[in-house]
Design a protein. Structure first.
Length: 197
């Protein structure tokens, strides 16, 4: 089974591309959802997070905004959080990929936000990056999250520049205009990736 990593810059449309691929029958695992699952109430990772940063766990559940504010401001905190969550995320991902292979899927996609930054894109046979113009990215992030310009820049600083992600990609989907154009681009790029497989 061929594995493809799917990533992109924040607010570039990675999740939309993942949805479009699922609609076309491609199995896609959302690693960001897996990351949420491993810190759900009752999970060992949440207990470790609560022990280290008690203020980010409220009534037995993770306060995502509080944790996000903490890790965006403190690279050491982000690394500590990754040490707690990443081994559990990888274990669930490997189990999911083994299940897809057992089912006979010819290809499976794993979607994650910081795949290039962490180097985890090397785990897959190919890398697909969703990108857009930096001005479009900033406008979408501000509109989606209600961030002021300084907060937008802080979030962008936690990720590599889009050009650097594109440089290591096997294929790039540009998402600068309409939903219809994006859907056509997904079809075009996926067809070319499938042919290479």
């Amino acid at each position: 089974m061929r594995t493809i990593g799917l990533t992109g810059g924040i607010a570039c449309g990675k999740s939309t591309v993942a949805r479009l691929l699922r609609e076309r029958g491609v199995p896609v695992l959302d690693l960001d959802q897996v990351a949420r699952d491993v810190v759900a109430p009752g999970e060992p990772a949440l207990a470790e997070i609560a022990a280290r940063w008690p203020s980010v766990v409220v009534d037995g559940a993770l306060d995502r905004k509080a944790l996000g504010a903490l890790v965006v401001a403190d690279p050491d905190a982000r690394r500590a959080l990754e040490a707690i969550t990443h081994p559990r995320i990888w274990e669930r991902m490997e189990r999911w990929l083994a299940e897809r292979a057992h089912e006979g899927a010819p290809v499976a996609v794993v979607e994650a936000a910081l795949m290039v930054e962490t180097g985890s894109y090397r785990r897959y046979d190919a890398l697909l990056v969703v990108s857009c113009a930096p001005a479009v990215q900033r406008a979408r992030l501000a509109a989606r999250e209600g961030y002021d310009p300084a907060t937008v820049e802080r979030w962008l600083a936690t990720q590599m520049p889009l050009a650097d992600k594109e440089a290591v990609a096997d294929a790039v989907i540009h998402n600068d205009t309409s939903a219809a154009v994006l859907a056509a681009e997904v079809d075009r790029v996926w067809r070319s990736m499938a042919e290479k497989g």
